[in-house]
Design a protein around this ligand. Structure first.
Ligand code: NI
Length: 156
């Protein structure tokens, strides 16, 4: 496994639409392992493949809720409801955060690392994270949705 370089806001790859994953390959398995390692090393709760320069519909998430890392391949949002407003950041916008309003509940489907379909439901941080990471696959960054200024993390 190795740490991948995280692309930062301004890098045009972050604004591109990622392509569907058609089959699991050793190369993609390594990508998933590297993305997890990169996310943990940066204390992130999620990472999408375009953030490490790969335009594939693949995200990893771990909101530290005890269920371990979630790998979502070709994720699709099926349902959302409610609303939550809270602080959001992104490893591609280091050291910054802003207020973002998103649904408070999400139901999504995806393929796992074995390309087996599964569904996932989340509320609160998990819902926010799934939506944030799925946005990356369509070139959308949280700063597009921020309410008010993008703040430095030391400012409160
Ligand atoms: Ni992000």
């Amino acid at each position: 496994m190795s740490i991948r370089n995280i692309r930062e806001l301004g890098d045009e790859i972050l604004r591109k639409k990622s392509k569907e994953v058609r089959e699991m390959t050793p190369r993609l398995q390594t990508l998933v392992e590297d993305m997890l390692e990169t996310m943990y090393e940066s204390y992130g709760v999620g990472l999408a493949a375009p953030q490490v320069g790969v335009l594939k519909r693949l995200v990893v998430i771990d909101v530290d809720d005890g269920q371990g890392p979630i790998v979502m391949i070709n994720p699709e949002i099926l349902e959302t409801s409610g609303s939550q407003t809270g602080e959001e950041g992104c490893l591609s916008v280091p050291g910054k955060h802003a207020q973002v309003t998103r649904p408070d509940y999400v139901k999504a489907k995806a393929l796992d690392i074995n390309m087996e379909p599964f569904e996932i439901e989340g509320t609160g941080l998990l819902a926010r994270c799934i939506l944030h990471e799925c946005d990356h696959l369509d070139g959308i960054m949280y700063v597009d949705k921020a309410e008010g200024p993008i703040l430095n993390n030391e400012e409160e």
